[in-house]
Write a protein that binds this ligand. Structure first.
Ligand code: GDP
Length: 536
């Protein structure tokens, strides 16, 4: 696997602290093994001592009631939102993407904060629906993707078939970094095509790192000591075919998102995980420039960052919120005063938090590429920029029009004001859209997936002690209205029964008919209806 020059070569060298950072997310269809793989990463990164510590989270996702339990136990799900650990001289920042398809909006935003993604697929199932959706988002951002084909210890598909499916389904070149030897009960391990060595899996101890046998290529006579003749013949034939038919790894194409290297393994048996981590460390991009109105380079000395996620009520006793900030440039130090660009106010960042696997810890410093948590009382919102004075505006953090709308009603009518406060808080957190209609009272809540209503109801009850009901709304679609202020106001006044404002006070047009939306587009060229809004 030749290592061609990365495209960062024509940029100035990064300070070593920034160059050693790798900020990435894992994308997968539920059940492919993301949690298991995360756990092994943390294990090798020394962030946890024993496999099983993050397992609780994966298991919790199985049923809905357990999911609520997980939501109650904010400690687990929150510390898992961003995890930092060291591996062979590199600092890995692993940003968690929610696995459930109902939380896709959150996932999209998360992917704005990373420089690369690992795509985990199940060797028996190949590319599944959620994998494809998430992949498309990565493609929109040209994110480099590393692929891990998991569960090779079970009956999996033919290796060529898996690779073909990825190439055809996702329209990306696939270069094998390793090649599996046998599969299912016969799975022995992999031949590492990068280092020309044999990696053998130890089935007896799932937490043990695989045995590595250094060889002089596939024809090394020592191969026969480890691999039975039949499998060896098959391996030689397949690798020869693969080398003839499949693309070889090209660093530049990988960094541009046109080619993905694939490793085969078994996360549960800790097999193939180390090679994948080495792949990220060695080939993965260091922190990349971010779009902040201009290109913000990581090596710039002024510290900048943007909020991509807000989590409220991490501790129900204190109504604090944590804003997750991706640092785009500079060397951040605790206590720094930063400009909160949206409000124009200075903020002293006195208790920034780094998320280290099981705990969150106040950190003294952080660098471009890192994800820090900033506790605050609601000033920080998704899309907000923090700088040392420059009025940057980070773009590309979308808000999507919700696909499901319902009226929110307080179980106790006397508590309507409290409900408003709770809803606004969730709106700012990005957990739901909340619209206040121009006419009448009450609120309309919009989400992307139905499960979010249940989670919201449960959290409002738990965190605010308010019973809430979500009832059918006469509207089914919401569109943001933009244009000249006068035009928008005139449009709103003429359509009062359809108008509402979101939590930022921006005008929204509500309807139940696509026909209405088409009509507005045709008859009112002075305003624009959009299904997405950039947060700021
Ligand atoms: P997630 O939903 O993507 O986070 O998947 P999990 O990591 O929770 O794994 C889903 C299921 O697959 C669990 O029962 C795991 O024990 C199992 N699993 C994960 N990796 C492997 C593997 O390499 N081999 C086998 N046989 N099972 C695995």
């Amino acid at each position: 696997m030749p290592d061609t020059a990365p495209h960062t070569a024509n940029r100035p060298a990064l300070p070593p602290e920034i160059a050693r950072r790798r900020t990435f997310a894992i994308i997968s269809h539920p059940d492919a093994g993301k949690t298991t793989l995360t756990e092994k990463f943390l294990l090798y990164g020394g962030a946890i001592q024993m496999a099983g510590q993050v397992r609780a989270k994966g298991e919790a996702r199985r049923t809905r009631s357990d999911f609520m339990q997980m939501e109650k136990d904010r400690g687990i799900s929150v510390s898992a939102s961003a995890m930092s650990f060291d591996y062979e001289g590199h600092r890995f920042n692993l940003v968690d993407t929610p696995g459930h398809s109902d939380f896709s909006e959150d996932t999209y935003r998360t992917l704005t904060a990373v420089d690369a993604a690992i795509m985990v697929i199940d060797g028996a199932k190949g590319v599944e629906s959620q994998t494809r959706k998430l992949f498309e988002v990565c493609r929109l951002r040209d994110l480099p993707i590393l692929t891990f084909c998991n569960k090779m210890d079970r009956e999996a598909r033919d290796t060529f078939e898996i690779i073909d499916e990825i190439q055809e389904n996702l329209a990306i070149d696939v270069a094998p970094a390793s090649w599996p030897i046998g599969m299912g009960a016969e799975f022995l391990g992999c031949y590492d095509l990068i280092h020309d060595r044999l990696e053998l899996m130890d089935r007896a101890d799932r937490n043990k790192v695989a045995q590595t046998v250094r060889l002089d290529g596939l024809d090394d006579p020592r191969m026969a000591e480890h691999v039975p003749e039949r499998l060896l013949a098959q391996l030689r034939e397949e690798v020869e075919m693969a080398r003839g038919l499949l693309p070889t790894f090209n660093h530049q194409s990988f960094l541009e998102g046109h080619l993905t290297p694939i490793w085969f393994g078994s996360a549960i048996n800790s097999f193939g995980v180390r090679e994948l981590m080495e792949g990220i460390a060695h080939y993965g991009p260091p922190p990349q420039p971010q779009r902040g109105g201009r290109e913000v380079a990581p090596e710039e000395t002024a510290v900048t960052g943007f909020v991509f996620k807000v989590q409220a009520n991490m501790d129900p006793k204190h109504r604090d919120r944590v804003a997750f900030v991706r640092l785009a440039s500079g060397h951040f130090q605790r206590g720094m005063k930063m400009l909160h660009v949206r409000s124009g106010k200075q903020m002293a960042i006195s208790a920034p938090v780094l998320f280290l696997a099981a705990d969150r810890e106040v950190t003294e410093e952080a660098w471009a590429g890192d994800i820090i948590g900033i506790p605050n009382h609601g000033q920080l919102r998704i899309g907000d920029a923090l700088t040392e004075g420059e009025a940057l505006k980070f773009t590309g953090i979308p808000a999507f029009a919700p696909e499901l709308l319902r009226n929110a009603r307080a179980g106790d009518p006397m508590k309507a004001k409290h409900l408003e406060k709770a809803l606004m808080q969730f709106a700012e957190e990005g957990a739901a859209r909340v619209f206040k209609p121009m006419l009448g009272s009450g609120f309309i809540v919009g989400v992307v997936g139905a499960l979010q209503f249940e989670v919201l109801a449960s959290r409002i009850e738990l965190e605010y002690g308010l019973p809430v009901r979500f009832e059918g709304s006469q509207f089914t679609s919401a569109r943001w209205v933009s244009g000249e202020r006068v035009a928008v106001e005139a449009f709103a006044n003429a359509n009062k029964g359809h108008m509402a404002t979101d939590h930022d006070g921006d005008p929204v047009y509500l309807t139940r008919l696509q026909w209405d939306i088409d009509r507005v587009a045709r008859d009112h060229p002075e305003v624009r209806l959009t299904a997405t809004k950039e947060s700021t």
